[in-house]
Design a protein around this ligand. Sequence first.
Ligand code: GLU
Ligand code: MG
Length: 464
Amino acid sequence: MPTTLTDRTTTVDLDARRSEIVAQAEAAGLRLVRFLYCDNDGIIRGKSSGMSGLIDRLESGIGLTVAMQAFTMLDHLASVDGMGPVGEIRLVPDPTTFTVAPYAPHTGTVLVDMQTLDGKPYAADGRAFLKRMIARAAERDLALLAAFEPEWSLATRNGDQFSPIDESGCFTSTGMNVAAPVIDEVVAVLESQGMTVEQYYAELGWGQQELSIRHAPALQAADHHILYRETVRGVALKHGLYASFAPKPWGDQAGNGCHLHFSAWNRDRTVNRFYEADGEFNLSMLARSFIAGILDHLPALVALTCASVNSYRRLQPQMWASAYRAWGPDNREGAVRVASPLKGHEAESTNLELKSSDSSANPYIALGGIIAAGLDGIERQLEPPPAVTVDPHTLSDAERKEIGADRLPTSLKEAIRNLKGDDTLLKAMGERLATSYIAVKELDIEAFASADDAFEFRQHIYKF
Ligand code: GLU
Ligand code: MG
């Protein structure tokens, strides 16, 4: 019996798929295939397999010390029980994720699941967490579609100094022309890996770009975001530039968000369950409860979606990044924006956007957290507060208080403190993932508190 898995639309024969990968890799002249994962601190890491033995490694994986899920972005090891020098897990490829990676010579990539030595999902793996939340949603006949919408900055490096490649303005053709050689290659390489580019423009900040790709089922959307980050950074390096997803690479420029769009469909994805023709802003009761769940957990949820020390420089009022626990139709200062649907295609295009989200997050953990919060809203049949149709910063304190539009956490420290008090999210993550995640973040908080601002900016630009 061939091993099979369901990727939601098709059933894949894994043995056959692995043989195909080897054939594809040989045909493309690859010398190495990177087995990539995203760690608890949002850093993409991996190990590579040579061509000899690839077929076996695709099945049994490559070993990894258990310590890595306690590693921080600064390569410091947090102290977590059972995550020290003794013990090993396996990085086992999901064969549906193989791609040729033209930004690195003769290289392919495959994304992995972390497994214990006896082949079980590893409890501290973020990808496993997202899979569990997808399964939990499926029990309610909800299949999430999602799109990560990343902004990023192109920079030159001179010694310790990273500088934006231009001083161009929002949506300007000047900005698009300066970045064109990089963007052209990024588009080609994304599409060669199966992602569909939707829109591109130069964003407000100097050197800032925004290029969006098509939505996909939740797990695949998170996988795509990993490949996207790899592609953008890899292509930029080929051009002698640094691309950075740091939430706030320069204090005086717009931040890099990674707004997360999502909608929830029925099992066969024929009905958008967030849509209701007669509902306020075309939203169903289910969508309203989902929003309410997100807002309810947001003070803790941002620890998962705005996951670095640098993230909280971005979440400032009147930066279009969201700073308050509020929602509204096309409100770009609220945490949850109801995106205006396409005229004539309301049923298909109704979706929500979490603005309090950036690319320093582990995309699996961020999306898993959103699903956990939204499902909690549905289970408790929560109703959201009234929608906000103005910039919440312009409301008085009393008006904000009335609708619960609290200021979002202003530091990772505050967000992690909230996460530690949010039993719903902790329970959804599970003890291993929650403990190691929190330990890693607390070590970052401590390390950056004892360093100067320049160190923080530099490390986030370089690492993300
Ligand atoms: N750069 C803004 C952010 O930090 C978003 C601007 C926009 O696309 O609305 O999220
Ligand atoms: Mg934008």
